[in-house]
Design a protein around this ligand. Structure first.
Ligand SMILES: Cc1ncc(COP(=O)(O)O)c(C=O)c1O
Length: 371
């Protein structure tokens, strides 16, 4: 098309200030066997019952899905002991993160998140016309005092991933409660518990009880991680009725498709599959982390299904990324998080875990000698 001299439609200026989210790589050109360890997906995949439920939907494709997600909300509510009226489903928890920002931020309002917090947060805050404000972390972990110190009269929301991606660290529920008690009641606290099912710590809770008793707390969950349904895009929020009512006004009327609704119900019912995925992770997460530490690298202590690996410098991590990719192990570079000396590694199948550790050990020996 020849360049036009007429004025073009222009997006709002703040949209062009956004650094687009770059998902984990999924290709290693020229490598026959690829292990994608870059997106925190489940190495066990979904429950066979969820796959069957997905297939059964093939006969109903002409029909709109149930826009209220009634049966799925009932299944989630029954499993977690919640009131289904306080649950809202989304096209991935990503959609709910975005809707929350659009509903609760006006231009100029501040949305708070933590230094190494999930990168979607500053994106949605900007997209809603707000100003993202980052609060310092301590030892790669969110700090309640750091967050409280950044609250201003313009703060309207706080996004806290617990556990956090990409660090894998978490805040005990007592700390989250301390944050909620000290922050203004008109500020909304969004607890993003995408990795909750993997956590095996007595002092952790995803936030159900806090949502039940506070009007300014929302908990987000996803079917993308332990349930292995990332491609179907299914997440949910447990929220006070006023928040659910606001979100229901702006979400697409059929935001969750029928296949996701059916597969999600089957997935939540298959407790054996969830337990197997959790057991796989609790075996391999320490196995991988210990071996990384033993190589002289640093595995940031993680409670999720991934581990942040810290190298002695940016050149070291970039070379490791290239070396591993050339051997079919795709990790996640996290320079966009301000962590250029780190790579994030998802816990994979046994073959992937053994293979990536072997390759990393070989690389560390070579690169260490070459320095
Ligand atoms: C902390 C966190 N929140 C939310 C999401 C998005 O999940 P979903 O697939 O439900 O959109 C992710 C995905 O990586 C995540 O790490």
């Amino acid at each position: 098309m020849p360049p036009s001299t007429s004025p073009r439609p222009q997006p709002r200026p703040e949209i062009m200030a956004i650094q687009a989210y770059v998902p984990g790589k999924s290709r290693a050109p020229g490598v026959a066997k690829v292990h994608k360890l870059s997106s925190n997906e489940s190495p066990l995949g979904p429950s066979p019952k969820a796959i069957e439920a997905f297939r059964n939907e093939a006969g109903n494709l002409a029909l709109y899905p149930d826009g209220s997600a009634y049966d799925l909300r009932a299944a989630i509510a029954a499993h977690h002991g919640l009131d289904a009226e306080h649950i809202i489903c989304g096209n991935g928890s990503d959609e709910l993160i975005s809707l929350l920002a659009h509903v609760y931020l006006s231009p100029g309002d501040e949305g708070l998140y933590t230094q190494y917090g999930f990168l979607e947060y500053p994106i949605v805050i900007r997209a809603a016309g707000g100003a993202p404000v980052s609060a310092p972390e301590e030892r790669f972990t969110a700090s309640v005092d750091g967050l409280l110190a950044k609250i201003s009269s313009r703060t309207r929301m706080i996004f806290l991933a617990n556990p956090n991606n990409p660090t894998g660290t978490y805040l005990p529920i007592k700390e989250v409660e301390r944050l909620q008690a000290a922050m203004p009641s008109e500020v909304l606290l969004v607890l993003d518990a995408a990795y909750a099912e993997y956590v095996e710590k007595n002092d952790y809770a995803a936030g159900v009880e806090l949502v039940s008793r506070c009007e300014n707390v929302v908990m987000l969950r996803t079917f993308s991680k332990i349930h292995g349904l990332a491609s179907l895009r299914l997440g949910w929020a447990y929220a006070p009725p006023a928040v659910v009512a606001a979100l229901n006004r702006v979400r697409g009327p059929f935001n969750v498709n029928s296949a996701a609704l059916a597969a999600g119900r089957a997935a939540i019912a298959d407790r054996g599959h969830v337990a197997a995925a959790a057991a796989h992770n609790s075996h391999w997460l320490p196995w991988v982390s210990e071996r990384i530490d033993a190589m002289g690298l640093e595995a940031i202590p993680s409670v999720g299904n991934f581990v942040l690996v810290r190298f002695p410098g940016d050149r070291f991590s970039a070379a490791a990324d290239a070396y591993l990719t050339a051997r079919g192990f795709i990790l996640r570079a996290v320079g966009a998080y301000g962590l250029p000396d780190c790579l994030r590694l998802t816990i994979g199948t046994e073959a992937a875990n053994r293979g990536v550790i072997e390759a990393l050990a070989a690389f560390t020996k070579d690169f260490g000698h070459g320095r």
